[in-house]
Write a protein that binds this ligand. Structure first.
Ligand SMILES: Cc1cc2nc3c(=O)[nH]c(=O)nc-3n(C[C@H](O)[C@H](O)[C@H](O)COP(=O)(O)OP(=O)(O)OC[C@H]3O[C@@H](n4cnc5c(N)ncnc54)[C@H](O)[C@@H]3O)c2cc1C
Length: 618
C-alpha cells in the first residue's frame, strides 16, 4: 500500500489534545520525568476541542482558599442536577483538585476577572468564575507542548491496539494523518483517551448549509466512546444524553445571562411558564422538582411542555438588564469571548437585545461526560474514597487494563466542565505513570500483523471509492458505496426518529428503540461500503463509524433503563415516571468485541457524601 507507515513506541499515549488531553500530557511529565509521552490530536492542539473558540467562564472552581465551596458541596450539586445518579467518588476527587488547576491557568497568563472589592476571582455564579477566555485553549496547549515528547496534529486515532498475551490489556493505538495519508502506529504502555463528546449523532435543528451550527462542537464525533466500546470496555449512563436550552440558532451561552445579568425567561404572553408545569412535573418525578437549584432537565421539561402547549416562542428577557451599560457590555463580550456566531445571528435577524428579547430553543441531544450530563466509560475511582465496586487499582482506568479516560470520556462524573476535565486528565496521567512504575505494562505484545491488518481496514473506504466510482455512468451516486455525508444523515434520521430526537419531542419507547437498533445494525453493515474520495473524507468516514457505534450504545442503554429519569433530556413514553424503587442505579454496558453484542447490567449508586440538599420553600 502506498501510504507510509510511521511507528512510535511510547509509555503514555494521550488521544485527543483538548482540555483533558492537555491536562494529561502536563501531569504525565510531572510524575514521569523520563517517560516518553505522546499526544495525538485530530485537529491542531492550539485550537481544538470544545474550547477551541474560547470561553467566558470557568464553570468549575470551588474557591476553597476563601471557604466559598467544598468538594462535598459540588458532589451534592452534581447529584441533585443529575436526579440522584452520579459517581460521587469521581466527582469528589475532581472537586478536591480543581482549584489547583485553575490557579495554574492563572499563573500561565489566562486573564481572570477579579472582584474589585474582595480581590477574589469574579464569580458569575456559585461555581463559575469569569475570564477573558479567548486565549484559553492556546494557553493550555502550550503547557502540553512543553510537556510531551511529541504532539501529532491532524492525526485521527481510529482503533486501539490490544496486547496479544492478555486480551484485556491495551497496547497502543493506530490512526492516519488526514493531510498526508500517513499511517500512524503508536505502540504504548498506557493510553489515555480524552477525545471529547459526540455531536451530530441526532439530527440537528440546523440542516443543509447550516448543518455545522450545533451547540456542541461539530467535530466531536464520539471517538471517546467508540474507542473503548470497540475493545470491550464497560460504559455507563450512555442513555443520559443532554439537551441544552440556548439562544436560538446561534446556541450562544445563557449562563452569564442568567447568573450575572439576572435575565429571565418568559413565554410569548410574558408569563413565567415554569411555575405552570410544577404540578404535572411533580406527578412524574416526585420531590425532585422541589430541589434547589432545579435540575437542568426539569427546566428543559417545562420549556418543552410549554412550547408543545402553544406557549412559544420562549424569550430571554434581556431588555431590562441591557439598559445598564456595564451589563450590556458583559452580554456582548460573553459572545465575543466564546460564541461569535450568536452575535452574527442576532445582527442578521435584526435583534438588538436592548430592545428585543431574543428567542431561546432546546437543542438536539448530545452525548458527553463533563457537562450537566455524565455519559462515558466506567472507570476506577481513587483508592482512598471509592467503595470496592468502584475501585480496581488505578484511578480513571477503564475496565480494560492500561486504558484510561478523562473529561467527556469518563462517565458518572458530571459538571466537570473545562477546568474539571483538565483536572481529570491530570488524575488519569498520574495513575498511568503509577501503572507503568508498578510494572503492569510489562511484556505487552503487539505484532506487526495486528498493525498491518488495521492499516488495510483504515484505508478501505478509499479503495471502495476508487473501485466503485467506475460503475457510475451519470451523476454521483454509486451502487457500490455510500458517501460519509449520506451515512451521517441516515444515522441522524434513525436516532432522531427512534431514539428521542427533536422531531419527536425527545420521545421514545421500547418498540421504537428496538426498531432503531435494527436499523443501526444494518447501517453498520452498510458502513463496510463507505467510500472516501480523499483523506479528508476518510476522516469523515471514520468519524461516522465512531458516531454509529456510540449511537448503538446510547440506544441499548435507553432501552435498558425502563423509566424516564431525566424528563427534558428524553422521555420513555412507556415508562413516563421516574422510578427510584427499581432504577436508582447506574447502568452499565459491555459490547463483546468478538460478537458485537451488548450486555447490560445495573450498578449500585453509593452516596458517600451526606444529604444536605436544599429544598425550595414552597
Ligand atoms: C458549547 C460549549 C460551551 C461550553 N462552555 C463552557 C464554559 O463556559 N465553561 C467551562 O468551564 N466549560 C464549558 N464547556 C465544557 C468544556 O468545554 C468541556 O467540559 C471540555 O472541553 C471537555 O474536555 P475534553 O478534553 O473531554 O474534550 P475536548 O476539550 O472537546 O477535547 C477533545 C479533543 O479530542 C480530539 N479528538 C477527537 N477525536 C479524536 C480522535 N479520534 N483522534 C485524535 N483526536 C481526537 C478533538 O479534536 C479535541 O481536541 C463548554 C462545552 C461546550 C461544548
Amino acid at each position: 500500500m502506498a501510504n507510509k507507515t510511521i511507528l512510535e513506541d511510547c509509555d503514555i499515549l494521550v488521544v485527543g489534545g483538548g482540555m483533558a488531553g492537555t491536562g494529561a500530557a502536563f501531569e504525565a511529565r510531572h510524575w514521569g520525568r523520563d517517560l516518553k509521552i505522546i499526544c495525538v490530536e485530530k485537529a491542531n492542539i492550539d485550537r481544538s476541542g470544545a474550547v477551541a473558540q474560547g470561553l467566558y467562564a470557568i464553570n468549575c472552581y470551588m474557591g476553597m482558599q476563601w471557604g466559598e465551596n467544598q468538594p462535598e458541596d459540588h458532589v451534592r450539586y452534581a447529584r441533585n442536577d443529575l436526579m440522584g445518579l452520579v459517581r460521587e467518588d469521581l466527582g469528589y476527587d475532581m472537586a478536591r483538585h480543581v482549584d489547583s488547576t485553575v490557579h495554574m491557568f492563572d499563573e500561565w497568563g489566562l486573564p481572570m476577572m477579579k472582584n474589585k472589592e474582595t480581590g477574589r476571582y469574579q464569580r458569575e455564579g456559585k461555581w463559575q468564575i469569569m475570564i477573558h477566555g479567548e486565549s484559553y485553549k492556546p494557553i493550555v496547549a502550550e503547557a502540553a507542548k512543553k510537556s510531551a515528547d511529541k504532539i501529532y496534529n491532524r492525526v485521527m486515532i481510529t482503533h486501539l491496539l490490544m496486547d496479544e498475551v492478555n486480551e484485556n490489556r491495551v497496547g497502543g493505538a493506530v490512526g492516519f494523518n488526514m493531510r498526508t495519508g500517513d499511517y500512524h502506529v503508536f505502540r504504548a504502555k498506557t493510553v489515555i483517551v480524552a477525545a471529547g463528546g459526540a455531536s451530530h449523532i441526532f439530527k440537528p435543528r440546523a440542516v443543509g448549509e447550516g448543518m455545522g451550527r450545533t451547540w456542541y462542537a461539530p467535530w466531536s464525533n464520539g471517538s471517546a466512546y467508540a474507542l473503548p466500546i470497540a475493545v470491550g470496555a464497560k460504559m455507563t449512563q450512555m442513555e443520559n444524553r443532554i439537551v441544552l436550552c440556548r439562544f436560538k440558532d446561534g446556541y450562544g451561552p445563557v449562563g452569564a445571562y442568567f447568573l450575572h445579568l439576572k435575565t429571565y425567561t418568559q413565554n410569548a404572553n410574558g408569563e413565567n411558564y415554569e411555575k405552570k408545569w410544577y404540578d404535572k412535573t411533580k406527578e412524574l418525578v416526585g420531590e425532585y422538582i422541589d430541589h434547589h437549584p432545579t435540575p437542568t432537565c426539569l427546566r428543559n421539561h417545562a420549556f418543552i411542555q410549554e412550547v408543545m402547549a402553544g406557549g412559544g416562542p420562549i424569550h430571554m428577557v434581556t431588555k431590562e438588564a441591557f439598559q445598564d451599560p456595564h451589563l450590556e457590555t458583559v452580554g456582548w463580550e460573553n459572545f465575543l469571548g466564546m460564541t461569535v456566531g450568536q452575535a452574527v445571528v442576532w445582527a442578521s435577524q435584526n435583534i438588538d437585545p436592548k430592545y428585543t428579547n431574543p428567542e431561546l430553543t432546546t437543542s438536539e441531544p448530545y452525548v458527553m461526560g463533563s457537562h450537566a450530563t455524565c455519559s462515558g466509560a466506567w472507570v476506577s475511582g481513587p483508592e482512598d474514597i471509592s467503595p470496592p465496586e468502584y475501585f480496581w487499582g488505578y484511578n480513571r482506568m477503564t475496565t480494560v487494563e492500561g486504558l484510561f479516560g478523562a473529561g467527556d470520556t469518563v462517565g458518572g462524573s458530571a459538571h466537570k466542565f473545562s477546568s474539571g476535565s483538565f483536572t481529570e486528565g491530570r488524575l488519569a496521567a498520574k495513575a498511568a505513570v503509577k501503572y507503568i512504575e508498578e510494572k503492569k505494562a510489562k511484556d505487552i505484545k503487539v505484532s506487526d500483523e495486528q498493525c498491518e491488518d488495521f492499516k488495510k481496514i483504515i484505508f478501505k473506504p478509499l479503495e471502495n471509492y476508487t473501485v466503485g466510482r467506475n460503475e457510475i455512468t451519470g451523476g454521483t451516486v454509486s451502487p457500490s458505496y455510500i458517501l460519509p455525508i449520506q451515512g451521517l444523515q441516515r444515522l441522524q434520521k434513525i436516532m432522531d426518529e427512534y431514539v428521542g430526537g427533536i422531531s419527536y419531542n425527545y420521545m421514545t419507547n421500547e418498540n421504537t428503540l428496538k426498531r432503531g437498533l435494527e436499523l443501526l445494525e444494518w447501517l453498520q453493515e452498510d458502513l463496510e461500503k463507505v467510500g472516501a474520495e480523499d483523506y479528508h473524507q476518510l476522516m469523515r468516514a471514520w468519524e461516522l463509524k465512531h458516531r454509529t457505534l456510540t449511537s448503538q450504545c446510547v440506544t441499548e442503554h435507553t432501552l435498558f433503563r425502563q423509566e424516564t429519569r431525566w424528563p427534558g433530556y428524553y422521555y420513555r413514553g412507556d415508562y413516563m415516571k421516574l422510578d427510584d424503587e427499581n432504577w436508582h442505579c447506574l447502568t452499565l454496558s459491555r459490547r463483546d468485541p468478538k460478537t458485537g453484542k451488548f450486555k447490560m447490567e445495573k450498578a449500585p449508586v453509593y452516596h458517600i457524601v451526606d444529604d444536605k440538599e436544599e429544598k425550595k420553600a414552597s
